[in-house]
Design a binder for this molecule. Structure first.
Ligand code: ADP
Length: 247
């Protein structure tokens, strides 16, 4: 077979394939499986997921309820433990790290955004962001304060910096949560239905913000139920019955 015959035309490549021609993956998942033992038997929540995320991608994860979306996010973030499979980050085998090394790896490389924001209610917005840097010993205390303010500015709510979360809207709280996810300057942001609790106009603002972050080099992986996400996300993957499909 000639080289010409084995090289697919650019138009026939999926987005993931065309990205793989120019980039090394940031995150690579190989044959990821998650079983839950329940009184009713074993639930195979993920049944051999293979996935590569590339630098500066905005990837939306879609699929029906119970398909395995949150499980995938929870295995990446370490909220849950993997049954079988491998996770590589910039080629490093994350699955082989000790628990302590995994915690360090996540603190440095992963920002997480949740549906219900999960801000600390008694701390003001600056402190909510600063605490993420305190935990990682990132920068000096004064620099942490300045960076927290810069991040609040970046997400457009610097003027509320000294308020507690209850004094701002849900959309604004999610902006703070995104600023917190960015605190230690991780290359990868993972978000599980970050707009699930927001109206559609506010959701669009959050997607705009994520989109702007990918232009600065961040990789975003976001579970969403929002229709019309293709307006923002470059790549959409569907999870169905514990398997991943490129759309
Ligand atoms: P999605 O996020 O797509 O709605 P999930 O990842 O939450 O789906 O769930 C995938 C499957 O795993 C479902 O059948 C769900 O009931 C099951 N599951 C999720 N978490 C648990 C758990 N902690 N214990 C038992 N089963 C679970």
């Amino acid at each position: 077979m000639s080289l010409f015959e084995t090289t697919p035309s650019v138009n026939t490549l999926t987005k993931a394939e065309s990205l793989s021609m120019t980039n090394a993956p940031l995150l690579e998942i190989r044959n990821l499986r998650k079983n839950y033992q329940t009184p009713a038997g074993v639930i195979e929540a993920l049944r051999g997921v293979n996935l590569k995320l590339y630098p500066a991608e905005f990837v939306a994860v879609v699929g029906k309820s119970g398909a395995g979306k949150s499980t995938l996010i929870n295995l990446i973030t370490g909220i849950d433990t993997i049954t079988q499979g491998e996770i590589y980050f910039r080629g490093e085998a994350v699955h082989s790290l000790s628990d302590e090394q995994k915690t360090q790896w996540r603190g440095k490389n992963l920002g997480v955004v949740f549906q219900f924001f999960q801000l600390l209610p008694t701390l003001n917005l600056i402190e909510n962001i600063k605490i993420a840097m305190d935990l990682q010993h990132f920068l000096s205390p004064l620099e942490r304060y300045e960076r927290a303010l810069e991040l609040l500015d970046l997400v457009g709510i610097k003027e509320h910096a000294n308020k507690i979360p209850a004094k701002i809207s849900g959309g604004q709280q999610q902006r703070v949560a995104i600023a917190r996810a960015l605190a230690n300057d991780p290359p990868l942001i993972v978000a599980d239905e970050p707009t699930g609790n927001l109206d559609s106009r506010t959701a669009a603002e959050i997607f705009d913000l994520f989109s702007a972050l990918t232009k600065q080099g961040k990789t975003i992986m976001m579970v969403t139920h929002d229709r019309g996400i293709e307006k923002w996300a470059y790549r959409i993957i569907e999870i169905s019955d514990g398997m991943v499909y490129e759309k």
